[in-house]
Ligand binder design. Structure first.
Ligand code: HDE
Length: 682
C-alpha cells in the first residue's frame, strides 16, 4: 500500500525543524550530555604542570575541532544558497507526468545553490567564471535536481575530458597560481587544443561571466533532457531560469576591485536582499521539441556546445521560483547539500548527450569522498520530503534504525516488501529509447561544427558587449606567458570573427589571424543583455552626506528612491549622525573607510555646507570618478552642483538637481538604465 502524504511549500521547512538546535540559554555539556563545569582551562597537574590525558572534555572538544573540515567540492567549491518554493503556472500534463508539474498553483519547496566553478571555498566571488545554478525540488515523488549553470552551453562535448578541462583551469600545479582565474597559460592552451570550446569561450569572455548578482542571472539545464507524459510519449526539452528583474553584469575593472573590497559580494547581496524581503524570483522556462524534429536543425540537439536559439524554439514559461528564506547554518545546509543530475522523477528523463551521461556517474561518486560515505542522503538538507524505503543498510554515519530481520529482495519473510512500484503507483520507468550501434570511441560528425554558434553569439552582441569581449580576450591572453599559446588562440578565434581576433592580436603583441572576415547575418536578440528588463528595483545607491545638507531636497529624493524599491545607503566622513541645515538628522551607515564606490549601482552626491573638510571633497571626487568610469548613474544635489563643476547637464547618466520633480524621475530612469555605455570613449 502506498503511503498518503502531501507536499506543500512548507514541507521541507517542517522537516528541517526536527533537526534545528538552539543552544542559547542552555547549560554547556559534552557530546554525551554531561554538564561541563569549566571551559577555559585544560586539566593540569598543578597550575603550571602538564595537561593530563584524562581530560576527556579537552580531548573531545579538540578532536571535534580537528575534524571540522571536509574536502571542498573539486569544482563549484565557493557557493551560497537559499530556500524557497516553485509555483506552477499551468499544467504540463501534455508533456510530462511529473507530479509537481501537474496542478497549476501547486507549490514545491526548493533549495538553490549558486557558485563559481574554479575558485577554492574561500575565493573571491566576482571573478570571471561560469556560475553554478543548482536547484533541488523536494517533490512528492522524490528529489528532482536541476543542476545547471548561468551559461547555456559547455566547454566540452564528452565527459571524459572534464578532468582535463578542470586541471587546465585550476591554479597551475607547480605554484598554485592564479586562484579563481582562467587568465593563465594552461587554460588557454587547453582552449586552443580543444576547439569545441569556442562557443562557450565567447560566453565566458562576455558580461555573463561577471554577474552583478545571483538574483540577476539566467540559469540553464544545458543538456537536452526528455519530458515523458502519461501515455509514454516523449519530447526533447531544455530548461531555463529567467530572473524577473533582468540579467545584469558588473564591468571588469569594477569586478576586480570588488574582489578586494568585498570578496563576499554576491552572497552578501543574496543574503541581505532575502533578509529585507526583496525575494529573488526566477521564471522556469522550457523549450519543447517533438522527437520527430530531432534532425531538423543544422546542429545536433545532443551536442551540449549548442543552444536552441529562442527565436527558433520559443521558451515557454511554466512557473516561478521565489527564494524567501536564508539558511540557518552554512555548513549543515550549503556545504552538505549534494546535487546530482541523476536525481529525477517520473516524467523527466535523460538523453544520450555524452556530457550528461558522464555526469550521471560523477556526482554520487564525488559525494562519497566529500561527505564521507554512502549515507549523505540522510543529512537533513538532502532528505526527500517523501518517505524512502529500500534494502540498503549500514555504512559510515548511518542514522536510520532499520527495524526487522529482512534487508533483501526478493523475500517471503516480509511479504516481499519493500516491493517495486508499477508505473501507476509512481514507479520510475526509463524511457524505452531504441539504442543500437558499434562500440566506438569517437565524436559524432554532427558535433563537428565548433564555430557557427560562436559567431551567432558574437553577432548578437551590442557594440558595448563586443568591446567587453575584446577587452576580456586581451586581459586573459595578456596574462599568458607563452606567446605561442596567445598566437594559437588568436588563430582559433579568427574563425569566429577575424576583425575581433585582429584587434586582440594587436593588444597582445602577436600576428593577426590568417582568416579573412566573413560577416554573419544571423543574430539572436535573446542573447544580448542590452535587451533585458531594466528596473531600478533593489538597486543599491550610495548617498554621500555631510553636515549642513538640505533636508527638504534630500528627504524627498530618498523617499522617492525607497518608493521605487531602490536601496539608498548613507555614506559620510564618520559614524554617527549628520545634521541638516534645519537641524534634522540622518544616520551614517558607511564611512569613506568602510565602503567603496564599486559596491553601489549608482551615486547620489548630497554634500553638505561649505564647511566640509578638504578630505570630504576629495572623497566625493573619488566616488564620482569611479562611478563615472564604471558607467553608472550619478545624481548631484542642487547645493553641490556648483561645488562639483565637472559636469554639464548633457552627460549620459549624470543627473543634476536643478528641478526637483524632474530630477527624481530622471535619476530613477537613469538607475534603471544602469550602465551608460555612451560614455564608452571615456
Ligand atoms: Fe558539474 N560537477 N560536472 N557541471 N556541477 C560538480 O559535484 C561534473 C557540468 C554543476 O552547488 C561536482 O557535488 C562533470 C555541467 C554545478 O553543489 C562534480 C561534468 C554543468 C555544480 C561535477 C560536469 C554542471 C557541479 C563537484 C562534465 C551545468 C555544483 C561537487 C561531464 C549543466 C553543485 C559536486 C552544488 C558540481 C562533475 C559538467 C553544473 C565533480 C564530470 C555541464 C552547478 O560531481
Amino acid at each position: 500500500m502506498t503511503e498518503n502524504f502531501n507536499v506543500n511549500e512548507a514541507s521541507k521547512d517542517k522537516q528541517l525543524e526536527q533537526y534545528r538546535a538552539d543552544d542559547q540559554g542552555e547549560k554547556l555539556t559534552t557530546n554525551q550530555g554531561l554538564r561541563v563545569s569549566e571551559d577555559e582551562h585544560s586539566l593540569k597537574a598543578g597550575v603550571r604542570g602538564p595537561t593530563l590525558m584524562e581530560d576527556f572534555h579537552f580531548r573531545e572538544k579538540m578532536t571535534h575541532f580537528d575534524h571540522e573540515r571536509i574536502p571542498e567540492r573539486v569544482v563549484h567549491a565557493r557557493g551560497f544558497a537559499a530556500h524557497g518554493h516553485f509555483e506552477l503556472y499551468e499544467s504540463m500534463a501534455p508533456f510530462t507526468k511529473a507530479k509537481f508539474l501537474q496542478e497549476p498553483g501547486s507549490k514545491t519547496p526548493v533549495f538553490v545553490r549558486f557558485s563559481t566553478v574554479a575558485g577554492s571555498r574561500g575565493s573571491a566571488e566576482t571573478v570571471r567564471d561560469v556560475r553554478g545554478f543548482a536547484t533541488k525540488f523536494y517533490t512528492e515523488e522524490g528529489n528532482f535536481d536541476l543542476v545547471g549553470n548561468n551559461i547555456p552551453v559547455f566547454f566540452i562535448q564528452d565527459a571524459i575530458k572534464f578532468p582535463d578541462l578542470i586541471h587546465a583551469v585550476k591554479p597551475e600545479p607547480h605554484n598554485e597560481m592564479p586562484q579563481a582565474a582562467s587568465a593563465h597559460d594552461t587554460f588557454w592552451d587547453f582552449v586552443a587544443n580543444n576547439q569545441e570550446t569556442a562557443h562557450m569561450i565567447m560566453w565566458h569572455l562576455s558580461d555573463r561571466a561577471i554577474p552583478r548578482s545571483f538574483r540577476m542571472m539566467e540559469g540553464f539545464g544545458v543538456h537536452t533532457f526528455r519530458f515523458v507524459n502519461e501515455e509514454g510519449r516523449a519530447h526533447f526539452i531544455k530548461f531555463h531560469w529567467k530572473p524577473v528583474i533582468g540579467v545584469h553584469s558588473l564591468v571588469w575593472d569594477e569586478a576586480q576591485k570588488i574582489s578586494g573590497n568585498d570578496p563576499d559580494f554576491l552572497r552578501r547581496d543574496l543574503w541581505e536582499n532575502i533578509d529585507k524581503g526583496n525575494f529573488p524570483e526566477y521564471e522556469l522556462g522550457v523549450q519543447i521539441l517533438p522527437e520527430e524534429e530531432e534532425f531538423k536543425f543544422d546542429f545536433d540537439v545532443l551536442d551540449p556546445t549548442k543552444i536552441w536559439p529562442e527565436e527558433i524554439v520559443p521558451v515557454k514559461l511554466i512557473g516561478k521560483m521565489t527564494l524567501n528564506r536564508n539558511v540557518d547554518n552554512v555548513f549543515a545546509e550549503i556545504e552538505q547539500v549534494a546535487f546530482h543530475p541523476g536525481h529525477v522523477v517520473p516524467g523527466i528523463d535523460f538523453t544520450n548527450d555524452p556530457l550528461l551521461q558522464g555526469r550521471l556517474f560523477s556526482y554520487t561518486d564525488t559525494q562519497l569522498i566529500r561527505l564521507g560515505g554512502p549515507n549523505f542522503h540522510e543529512l537533513p538538507i538532502n532528505r526527500p520530503v517523501c518517505p524512502f524505503h529500500n534494502n540498503q543498510r549500514d555504512g559510515y554515519g548511518r542514522q536510520t534504525i532499520n527495524v526487522g530481520q529482512v534487508s533483501y529482495h526478493q523475500n517471503s519473510l516480509a511479504g516481499n516488501t519493500p516491493s517495486p512500484a508499477n508505473p501507476e503507483e509512481g514507479g520510475y520507468v526509463h524511457y524505452e529509447e531504441k539504442v543500437e550501434g558499434r562500440k566506438v570511441r569517437a565524436r559524432s560528425e554532427s558535433f563537428n561544427d565548433f564555430f557557427s554558434q560562436a559567431k551567432l553569439f558574437y553577432n548578437s552582441m551590442s557594440e558595448a558587449e563586443k568591446k567587453h569581449i575584446i577587452d576580456a580576450f586581451s586581459f586573459e591572453l595578456g596574462k599568458c606567458k607563452s606567446k605561442d599559446v596567445r598566437q594559437q588562440v588568436v588563430e582559433m578565434f579568427g574563425n569566429v570573427d577575424t576583425e575581433m581576433a585582429t584587434s586582440v592580436a594587436k593588444k597582445i603583441g602577436v600576428k593577426p589571424p590568417s582568416s579573412t572576415q566573413v560577416n554573419v547575418t544571423m543574430s539572436s536578440p535573446a542573447l544580448s543583455q542590452s535587451n533585458t528588463k531594466k528596473s531600478p528595483e533593489t538597486r543599491k545607491v550610495g548617498v554621500i552626506v555631510g553636515n549642513g545638507y538640505n533636508s527638504g531636497e534630500v528627504d524627498k529624493v530618498l523617499n522617492a528612491l525607497k518608493a521605487a524599491k531602490v536601496q539608498p545607503e548613507i555614506i559620510g566622513e564618520m559614524q554617527g549622525m549628520v545634521e541638516s541645515v534645519d537641524g534634522s538628522k540622518l544616520e551614517i551607515e558607511q564611512t569613506f573607510s568602510t565602503t567603496n564606490p564599486v559596491l553601489y549601482d549608482g551615486l547620489y552626491v548630497v554634500g553638505g555646507d561649505a564647511e566640509q573638510p578638504e578630505m570630504f571633497r576629495q572623497q566625493v571626487l573619488y566616488f564620482i570618478e569611479e562611478t563615472y568610469k564604471h558607467y553608472k548613474t550619478i545624481g548631484i544635489s542642487s547645493n553641490w552642483a556648483t561645488v562639483i563643476d565637472r559636469f554639464t547637464n548633457e552627460e549620459p547618466g549624470v543627473v543634476l538637481a536643478h528641478d526637483l520633480p524632474e530630477f527624481t524621475n530622471k535619476f530613477l530612469d537613469s538607475i534603471a538604465e544602469y550602465r551608460h555605455w555612451d560614455r564608452m570613449g571615456y
